[in-house]
Design a protein around this ligand. Structure first.
Ligand code: SAH
Length: 364
């Protein structure tokens, strides 16, 4: 039987060192490889030029580097050049999207936590085929690394992470946290937890567990309505964790962590943006250290999801502001490439990318 190669990506320096010693490699090789992986974003042993050829051969024989094996099945860039989205294909064929966004404060990466999603939100393209599998911590990290490499080539780096791609992060809690902890490692990327955000549809035990971590990770809640019947129709998770319990857990998280909680609220034509909706939302959130991020829905016509007129979106935003909430209407990024919500993967599945019908011709 063929011996499985050991995956190095996401191993801490200490674990890497121990493993290298067991292979008979010199201790300092681990630091060299670590630097290639996380400082230079080089994912190919052959290119690690300060490592003796013999050692490189041992490494290639015994070890693998995940980001080097992930295929970029498709790349799309928005017309304004500020958003770049990739469709990644892992070696088992799983397809996942990640997005790089350029803001005035720097670059942020939107990571997926699962392949597909089990939550079944009506407006969301990622969940339409259900959950395929969880991503491992290394697979989550690798998304950041792939953009890291791309940015490093331009002398840049990402400065923020949001776990807001496909999947429900709190249903893959341990792997998501392990990935964020690795991003935080001072000997690798040293990213502050304050620059990381986890977005949930409202898995209350997950929110409570994150609170117990005591890390200043930002929490975002996908709220979208504060009416039971409307929210349950949009988000089946509301039947298990009704939004008042979500709001309570999130407020406690904000108080404990000292971080402002963000509530995402997609505006869906005819569904959740009346004057009463605004008043109700304000009554729930008033006095909290919270921000409301309003997002005109990305249309999903076969599910009856359309966006309201822009003037109605602005009116809803103003109502919330007048009621004392810190509300903003999100500047849309990458709408022309459907960056928000799993639409690239959905389109790829229809076009047969999953079956290998797509030849990976996406420009890299
Ligand atoms: N499961 C997590 C993270 C993934 S969803 C969560 O629910 O937060 C990431 C964000 O994209 C969520 O706020 C989700 O509500 C939003 N989203 C999904 N479909 C959308 C659509 N059609 N238009 C606008 N936002 C959408």
């Amino acid at each position: 039987m063929m011996e499985r190669k050991r995956e190095l990506f996401g191993l801490g320096l200490d674990a890497l060192e121990e493993f290298f010693l067991s292979l008979g490699l010199a201790r300092y090789r681990s630091k060299q490889v670590y630097n290639w992986l996380y400082k230079k974003f080089v994912f190919d042993f052959a290119a690690m030029s300060d490592i003796a050829k013999g050692d490189r051969e041992v490494l290639a024989d015994k070890c693998s580097i995940l980001p080097g094996e992930i295929e970029i099945a498709k790349t799309q860039r928005s017309a304004d050049g500020l958003t770049e989205k990739v469709l990644l294909r892992y070696s088992d064929g799983a397809l996942v999207e990640s997005v790089l966004m350029e803001h005035d404060y720097g670059h942020s990466v939107c990571l997926s936590s699962q392949v597909g999603c089990p939550m079944g939100c009506r407006f969301c393209a990622s969940g339409q085929q259900g959950l395929e599998r969880d991503l491992t911590a290394a697979e989550i990290l690798a998304q950041g690394a792939i953009f890291g490499k791309h940015l490093a080539e331009q002398g840049k780096r990402w400065s923020r992470l949001v776990v807001m791609g496909s999947g429900e992060p709190f249903l893959n809690y341990a792997n998501v946290l392990a990935a964020l902890d690795f991003f935080h490692r001072p000997d690798a990327w040293g990213l502050s937890y304050r620059h990381m955000t986890v977005s949930t549809c409202g898995i209350v035990p997950g929110i409570e567990r994150l609170a117990r971590e005591g890390k200043p990770i930002n929490l975002a809640i996908s709220l979208h309505s504060v009416r039971q019947e409307v929210r349950s129709a949009l988000m089946p998770a509301n039947k298990v964790y009704p939004f008042p319990s979500v709001l309570k857990a999130a407020a406690a998280y904000g108080a404990d962590s000292g971080r402002q909680v963000t509530y995402e609220y997609i505006l869906i034509a005819g569904l959740n943006h009346t004057e009463e909706d605004a008043e109700l939302l304000a009554s729930y959130l008033k006095g909290q250290n919270a921000a409301v991020n309003l997002i005109p829905a990305n249309p999903v016509p076969d599910k009856g999801i359309e966006r309201p007129a822009m003037k109605d979106c602005r009116a809803f935003c103003r109502r919330l502001q007048r009621a004392g909430l810190n509300a903003t209407l999100r500047k849309e990024m990458g709408k022309d490439i459907a960056a928000a919500c799993g639409q690239l993967r959905g389109a790829a599945a229809k076009a047969g990318v999953h079956e290998g019908g797509y030849s990976g011709a996406g420009d890299q």
